[in-house]
Design a protein around this ligand. Sequence first.
Ligand code: ASP
Length: 441
Amino acid sequence: MKVCKFGGTSMASGATFDKVSDVIGGDRERRYIVVSAPGKRDVKDVKITDALYACYNEFTQTGSCDNAFEGIEQRFEEIAAHCAPDFDVKQMLDEVKNGIKKYATREYAASRGEYMSARILAAMLGVEFIDAEGLIIFDGEGNLLLEESIENIKDRLSGVDKAVFPGFYGSDIYGDIRTFTRGGSDITGAIIATAVDADVYENWTDVDGFLAADPRIVENPQTIDCLGYKELRELSYMGAEVLHPESVFPVRSAGIPINIKNTFNPEHSGTLIVADKNLPKKHRIITGVAGKKGFTIINIEKDMMNSEIGFGRKVLAVLEEEGISFEHVPSGIDTLSVVIRDEFLNGKMQKILGKLQDSVNGDVIDIHSGLALIATVGHNMASRHGTAATLFGALAENNINIRMIDQGSSELNIIVGVGAEDYEKAINAIYHAFCDEKAED
Ligand code: ASP
């Protein structure tokens, strides 16, 4: 049995609802469907969720939300006229508009895109609409209560063969509507998949799957056919975006694979995300390459550092006192470096350098900003020789200076730091070195 979640571009118009309906109708096992609010139909379009935030702002400023609500009405009227002509869309829109005026919380307003999208799809498919209010539960601070939500869903779905749910929201212990962070319908889908112990959680989007590199940097990168949860975490952390990061946790612990699929190219097998132990043995050396700009490295040098007990602790204590988290700590015999995101250092640099000097009395403490980090990720690296040679060779051939190297202890990745000006060139060099003719099957 499959739980399917359809993202905003899949729900953007009457025509895309048709595609969603075809996908659902194409497989009897697609029984529980979670939907996003209508997203953009083209680059200039507005996402319904953004329009609803605008409604809330208009209401708090003027006491009415008529202006901002007009565009929302048009979108849903178009969708309903196309997909479910007998559905009373006018009544639903009135209910929502009055609700925004009556309940007037930001999260309530934002949640209504998913609510309306799910109601229309349920009417179109002729299946039950099941609201997430009272089913997906948050505490008073807006933290998800996972176990309770799973129990609620299990109870509610016993004997229900097929249903459509709105993503992105639930309600708290006081009964108020609460939303996840943006893109949170992925989390709703994961919770429902876990509750019903689905065989697979299908996440339908507008790309063929997870790409081996950022398509804005590498031309036409390959789609990753199979990805481990740990690899997914590494690539997402480095900026590769397809799934909401919090959506992985429930299905991962339940051992349910996630299949990323394209509503606009449903024949493509997409990307399957599985437990690391289930990854195929014979697979490409690297799974993907991803990176980010905007890091600073602090280098500390001190003679005989290696024998000074507590040196590392003192350095990290300074960062802790300043409330700063660090990304990497590469070290040598008499050197220790700390890599930190630029945004954490804003206005604090001089203070930190002064404190470090007082605390560890280094011979040299210097900083280099403008660093980009690139992670080359692949579960097969551990068992192969020559991976580092290929990686560093590719960078050398392209005259790229490596400023930092860090290999994760799980041997799942090699991270290099390069100057931000070399970032795009380095990603291309690494991608082509591994993914062109060296791909193995
Ligand atoms: N509609 C929400 C957003 O735009 C949630 C989602 O689509 O997953 O962020």
